[in-house]
Design a protein around this ligand. Structure first.
Ligand SMILES: *[C@@H]1O[C@H](CO)[C@@H](O)[C@H](O)[C@H]1NC(C)=O
Ligand SMILES: *[C@@H]1O[C@H](CO)[C@@H](O)[C@H](O)[C@H]1NC(C)=O
Ligand SMILES: *[C@@H]1O[C@H](CO)[C@@H](O)[C@H](O)[C@H]1NC(C)=O
Ligand SMILES: *[C@@H]1O[C@H](CO)[C@@H](O)[C@H](O)[C@H]1NC(C)=O
Ligand SMILES: *[C@@H]1O[C@H](CO)[C@@H](O)[C@H](O)[C@H]1NC(C)=O
Length: 177
């Protein structure tokens, strides 16, 4: 199964730096033949801060994709608005990139990258999960954590239609990490 996935990945996009770890759907292959698909990503300077109550206040890191050459800052803070079906996605400065960070459920940092942005429908995104190992320090207002490694490499291993835009609730939700 894994070998098949890799084979399809190679057929779909030979330009990526490494074999894709997902299968490109037939209805996207024509579009994909014309662009570089997301294969892997690097997260740098991952930092979180948590208040005294244990509620996650901020998440901040730099994202880069060596193949599509997208580099952007991803940040969640008190003014961020969550989106997505589970209201847990946060956008990065580059609108093609979004992330979910949670310490329960699918714990870890999930990155999503829109495939072949700018194209017409159907719209797909690649996603992948990494689990940062955090080094935390107590501060007077809570806890600040950063990854022990400066940068973490991840693979995109899922390729799904982009979730339809759910209505955005215009209030600041508290988010328990
Ligand atoms: C591929 O890109 C070329 C040049 O931008 C364009 O003319 C062509 O229609 C594209 N093909 C597909 C299948 O998107
Ligand atoms: C990570 O942080 C260090 C210092 O805090 C900075 O010099 C470096 O440029 C940052 N890396 C990225 C990719 O922004
Ligand atoms: C902790 O929670 C209480 C009640 O929800 C709130 O009043 C207080 O401001 C919170 N403290 C911090 C540091 O967030
Ligand atoms: C909060 O995050 C947004 C990006 O999501 C950023 O533009 C803004 O400057 C941040 N605010 C603070 C106070 O850091
Ligand atoms: C954790 O962070 C502290 C303070 O920045 C540092 O002294 C320590 O070496 C770090 N530990 C690890 C395992 O990275």
């Amino acid at each position: 199964m894994y070998a098949l996935t890799v084979l399809f990945g190679l057929m779909a996009a030979a330009s990526a730096s490494k074999p894709l770890r997902y299968t490109v759907p037939n209805n996207f292959k024509a579009v994909a033949s014309n662009c570089t698909l997301p294969a892997e990503f690097v997260v740098t300077n991952f930092t979180t801060s948590t208040n005294k109550n244990g509620t996650l206040d901020t998440v901040c890191f730099q994202f880069s994709d060596p193949d599509t050459e997208i580099r952007t800052t991803c940040q969640r803070n008190s003014t961020s608005v969550a989106s997505g079906p589970s209201k847990n996605r946060y956008g990065c400065d580059n609108a093609n990139i979004a992330f979910i960070y949670q310490t329960t459920g699918i714990a870890g940092l999930t990155l999503t990258e829109r495939a072949c942005p700018g194209g017409s429908s159907p719209q797909f995104e690649a996603s992948g999960l990494i689990t940062p190992e955090l080094n935390c320090t107590d501060t007077p207002t809570g806890t600040i954590c950063h990854t022990e490694q400066k940068s973490l490499q991840g693979d995109f291993n899922s390729f799904q239609p982009i979730p339809s835009k759910a209505p955005i609730r215009r209030h600041r939700g508290t988010w328990r990490g």
